[in-house]
Design a protein around this ligand. Structure first.
Ligand SMILES: [Zn+2]
Length: 174
């Protein structure tokens, strides 16, 4: 298997797992995963992962940017929403703890607790898909250059489809 295919399939799997991985906890999230978090966000990312998997199998690496960026958009959008919710909660906690010398510490602890490792998995998946798309460009180029044979008369490299050698001009059999 080609590097780009391996990387693409790994990216699709990481993304699909990331949809079901914990990304936070209530009350900031309706559920602990992107998939259960209302809206169609989890479904979009899961569909993007499925498309990326299929594209990798079919070796259409250049198209991996499409599901990659679709997933990136949804994930970034959700992440911003989470950060907003976390900072809103932090200021609420800070209000509750007004006068308490440990207020700052409480806010930091509350903020860090809301974020789970699912974000890392989603990020890795998206990164791998975009990486596979970049790698795929190189693999597809080497495939075109590998599409040659040696002329039996002069020994120089010519394209497989050639019926006449471009170097020595001899006619080659079918
Ligand atoms: Zn030749």
């Amino acid at each position: 298997m080609e590097r780009s295919q391996v990387v693409g399939i790994m990216g699709a799997c990481a993304l699909a797992l990331g949809v079901f991985a914990p990304i936070g906890s209530p009350p900031i999230f309706e559920s602990q995963t992107l998939f259960g978090n209302g809206a169609a966000d989890g479904t979009i990312v899961l569909a993007a992962a499925a498309i990326a998997f299929f594209l990798s199998l079919r070796r259409k690496y250049r198209w991996l940017l499409l599901p990659g960026f679709a997933a990136l958009g949804v994930v970034v959008w959700n992440f911003i929403a989470v950060l907003n919710a976390v900072s809103a909660r932090e200021s609420q906690i800070a209000d509750d703890m007004a006068g308490n010398p440990f207020a700052g510490l409480g806010a930091v602890a509350a903020g860090a607790k809301e974020l789970e490792w699912g974000w890392a998995l989603l990020g890795i998946g998206i990164g791998l898909l975009i990486g596979a798309s970049m790698l795929g460009r190189g693999d597809q180029e080497s495939e075109t250059t590998g599409n040659t044979k040696r002329c039996p008369f002069c020994g120089k490299e010519i394209v497989v489809e050639a019926i006449q050698c471009e170097h020595c001009g001899k006619i080659l059999k079918g």
